[in-house]
Design a protein around this ligand. Structure first.
Ligand SMILES: Nc1ncnc2c1ncn2[C@@H]1O[C@H](COP(=O)(O)OP(=O)(O)O)[C@@H](O)[C@H]1O
Ligand SMILES: [Mg+2]
Length: 249
């Protein structure tokens, strides 16, 4: 299988901007490899380094050491990002726009011809279940609808790889289920999905493989069923073991 996303000994240090220049080691030599068609869950407590990893892949953060590749192209080359879609943890859209207008705007950034853009918008609004609200301003949307508008935006360039940073956080169970269903359909279309999440139950149901990151280090990586068999417990319990959670007596 071809490698779609790969990091090698990725190390990221953030330095504070004051005179002390304190170093915060966000990634301590991360090795990841995601193959075509996989749904890959990227797990870890807050501050583990998930967003930093995505930011390196997106070219927003430069690694201190190590390399990262998308489609076998070094992420230092902007062309590495030609076939990806990205949904950040927090989205900031012009809330007076309707989802249709938002998608037209993004389609124009990708220089998608008008007719093609309209047919993609129709298809995407169906996929994310926002056809009924396509002419309403985004400010009238629930959090779940806003998140699905974000997913449609991340898909407008018909990417082969999706990077989703906590796509279900803050959503109610129905909202989470809808996002899960969209990820499942994207997989059926042959897309590769790399997403971070804290919802371990949902990760267990939709991911082929997961990686658990803790304090910038990869602690565990593998197929969900293999991990559960290896640790004799469900993914949540694997996670708690990996982060060495000790309940208070
Ligand atoms: N821009 C930044 N400047 C300095 N430190 C940062 C920055 N972004 C993240 N960090 C630090 O890097 C570590 C990893 O953060 P992050 O990648 O956001 O984790 P996660 O997404 O897993 O919650 C944390 O200690 C965080 O405080
Ligand atoms: Mg994060």
């Amino acid at each position: 299988m071809s490698s779609i996303l790969r990091t090698e000994d990725l190390r990221v240090e953030y330095r504070s901007r004051d005179l002390k220049q304190t170093v915060n080691l966000a990634l301590k030599g991360l090795n990841l490899n995601v193959s075509a068609g996989e749904v890959f869950g990227f797990l870890g407590p807050n501050g583990a380094g998930k967003t930093t990893t995505m930011n390196v892949l997106l070219g927003y953060v430069k690694p201190t050491e190590g390399t990262a590749h998308l489609f076998d192209v070094d992420v230092r080359e902007p062309i590495a990002r030609q076939r990806i879609g990205y949904l950040p943890e927090l989205t900031y859209y012009y809330k007076f726009l309707t989802v249709e207008e938002l998608l037209r705007f993004y389609a124009s950034l990708f220089e998608i011809p008008k007719l093609e853009a309209e047919s993609r918008i129709d298809r995407l609004l169906k996929l994310v279940e926002l056809e009924h609200a396509r002419r309403q301003p985004i400010r009238t949307y629930s959090k779940g609808m806003q998140q699905r508008a974000g997913l449609a935006q991340a898909l407008i360039n018909n990417p082969d790889l999706l990077l989703l940073d906590e796509p279900t956080s803050g959503l109610d169970p129905l909202g989470r289920m809808k996002v899960r269903e969209i990820i499942r359909r994207l997989k059926e279309e042959g897309k590769t999905v790399f997403f971070s999440s804290h919802e371990l139950g949902e990760v267990e149901t939709i991911c082929d493989r997961v990686a658990i990151l803790h304090q910038g280090e990869l602690k565990v990586e593998g197929r969900v069923d293999d991990l559960m068999a290896r640790y004799h417990c469900n993914l949540e319990q694997v996670f708690l073991k990996v982060v060495e959670y000790q309940p208070q007596p």
